[in-house]
Design a protein around this ligand. Structure first.
Ligand code: IPE
Ligand code: IPE
Ligand code: MG
Length: 240
């Protein structure tokens, strides 16, 4: 069986990783960079066409100011450091979210630049969910339909999905949430409707290519039924 079309990761456990080492939480975020780069490369070489990474939720604005500031700076440095190698690897980078005025202007500009730089790449699409909230995306889609005065009877799942941000994104096949937490935390709610889930105990900064590949193996053992009694063509049904 081939690789899942779309894998999404909830990169959780940075704070606990740091606490275990008696370090500030920010050290855990810094250590997460290696895991991110490893997983992007593992995903690409495994033939995953769509990879989504949850980097900052709409709820994460509740965190202390200094942690938020650190994360904004870290993400900016990481983007600048890896932009050219992403592009050279044929990865198309996109950001899901990124609407809050609290996002520093320089970071927003670097994100826009990276999207533009990699726009025509035809390899894997990497979506970074940043300032993302699944519920907000659904509300935005509803607003867009209302603004366009689409008659209620013409709204169906297909037309609704077409009004979500990044509407060409296929449904998520596999969600990996590290750190043992087993919840969605408002992540791509529409797109995960029929996803398979795995919950490795490992904290995100320790997560590496081999662990990612282990998750792909676990996925291959799942029987996806989509409401049917068998799973006749799961890979086709799993993607819009
Ligand atoms: C995930 O790690 C990173 C972000 C949410 C930005 P956490 O910071 O949530 O780590 P824990 O859950 O406190 O260990
Ligand atoms: C979800 O993790 C968001 C990201 C990984 C970016 P959190 O650690 O913020 O989620 P909760 O609050 O524990 O559910
Ligand atoms: Mg967490």
């Amino acid at each position: 069986m081939s690789a899942p079309l779309h894998v999404a990761c909830v990169m959780d456990g940075n704070g606990r990783w740091a606490e275990q080492r008696h370090l500030p939480r920010t050290a855990g975020h810094r250590a997460a960079e290696s895991a991110v780069i490893d997983v992007i490369e593992a995903s690409r070489t495994a033939g995953v066409r769509w990879l989504s990474l949850y980097a900052f939720s709409t709820e994460n604005w509740r965190r202390p100011d200094d942690e938020i500031d650190f994360l904004m700076g870290l993400v900016r440095r990481t983007l600048r450091k890896h932009a050219l190698s992403m592009c050279a690897r044929g990865i198309r980078c996109r950001f899901l979210g990124v609407s809050d005025p609290r996002i520093p202007v320089g970071l927003a500009r670097d994100m826009a630049d990276l999207m533009e730089l990699t726009r025509d790449n035809s390899g894997m699409t990497l979506t970074i969910a940043f300032d993302h909230g699944g519920r907000r995306d659904i509300v935005e889609a509803a607003r867009a339909l209302i603004r366009e005065r689409v008659p209620a009877d013409e709204v169906d799942e297909r037309s609704f999905a077409a009004h979500l941000p990044c509407p060409d994104t296929p449904d998520v096949d596999l969600v990996i949430r590290t750190s043992g937490e087993q919840r969605i935390s408002n992540f791509m709610l529409w797109q995960v409707a029929y996803a398979e889930w795995v919950f490795p105990e490992m904290l995100w900064p320790d997560f590496r290519a081999e662990h990612f590949l282990e998750c792909l193996r676990a996925y291959r053992k799942r029987e996806r039924r989509f409401g049917d009694v068998r799973s006749p063509t799961p890979m086709v049904k799993g993607s819009r």
